[in-house]
Each structure stands twice: as C-alpha cells, then as structure tokens.
Ligand binder design. Structure first.
Ligand code: OFO
Length: 177
C-alpha cells in the first residue's frame, strides 16, 4: 500500500502531467494558426505522450491501493511570439518536470518506498529524452532565425514524428472511421 505523503506527491504530479498535456495541445493550436502543421503535429504527438505519463502515475496509485484525486489545471499560455519561443518554453517546461521527478524520487527514498523506484527511474530516463528533443528543436529554430525556407524544412521534418498507436489526437484516426 502506498503511503500518504508519496500518494499526495504523485497526485500533484498527475496534475503536472495533465498540465503538460494541455500546454502541448495549446502549442499545437498555436502552430496550426501560423500555419506550421508539421510542428503542430509534433506537439499533438507530445501532448499524447503527456497523457500517457499522467495515466502511468494514475494507475500506479490505483494499483497500490491509493486514492487518485484530480486537481484543477492552471490557466495556460495560448500564444507565442515565434516558433522558437514556443519550443524554448517547452524545453524550460521539461526541465521543470525533471526537477519534479527528482523531488518525487527524494520523497520515495525518504519514505523507503522502494516499489515506486522503477516507475520513477523510467521517468528520469524519459526526461533525458524529453529535454534533449525539445532543446534540440529550440536550438535549431534559433539557428534558422527568420529564414522561411529553413523553417519550412524543419516543419516537414517534425511532421514525420509517429503518433502512439490509436491516438485520439491523430486526425486520421477519426476521419478514417
Ligand atoms: Fe514532457 O514529460 Fe511528462 O511531463
């Protein structure tokens, strides 16, 4: 059975992951509006991954006899001054999430909750990848600057990201039905 302190912290993390989902969906809407649909697609894929992250914590709590209590999400940003600013924000957000995963690991160790460690180790690995992928695109966008052909090339490249199977954020999943 999960202890009260870690259960509360994991509930807070569900909120963080759902906010991540919402932030990336908001960025997808921004990219569709400019319109850079490849970047919007990348953000939709990212949003879907965040929902999976939230559900990993959700199910961990359930499986260990804890109580999931969903929280209100914060008001979020809906527009950015440039694609570079949006990806720079996403990189900063991933660093914030990495800090939260570290805090959770500290709590689990203080509580001697060894059953949570494999899950938190998975997230620590995942955060290396998330910081690397968002940081790389942010750097590339800064290199491209105002060069429109460079921007379109990058947009095409990001359009190639694959959705997790059966994603409800993949337009083709429901338009084909
Ligand atoms: Fe972006 O990794 Fe979860 O939040």
């Amino acid at each position: 059975m999960i202890g009260e302190r870690l259960c509360k912290a994991l509930n807070d993390q569900i909120k963080n992951e759902l906010e991540s989902y919402y932030i990336y969906l908001s960025m997808a809407a921004y990219f569709h509006s400019i319109p850079l649909d490849g970047m919007a697609h990348w953000m939709r894929c990212q949003a879907h991954e965040e929902m999976i992250h939230a559900m990993k914590f959700f199910d961990h709590i359930i499986d260990r006899g804890g109580r999931v209590e969903l929280q209100n999400l914060s008001q979020l940003k809906t527009t950015w001054s440039s694609p570079a600013e949006a990806f720079r924000d996403s990189y900063e957000h991933e660093k914030f999430i990495s800090g939260k995963i570290n805090d959770l690991t500290t709590i689990a160790r203080e509580e001697k909750d060894y059953a949570a460690e494999p899950l938190l180790a998975w997230f620590a690995d995942e955060q290396i990848e998330e910081e690397a992928s968002t940081g790389k695109v942010a750097d590339e966008l800064e290199m491209v600057g105002g060069d429109k052909s460079g921007l379109l090339l990058l947009d095409r490249e990001l359009a190639a990201r694959a959705f997790p199977a059966g994603s409800p954020l993949d337009r083709t999943a429901y338009t084909a039905a």
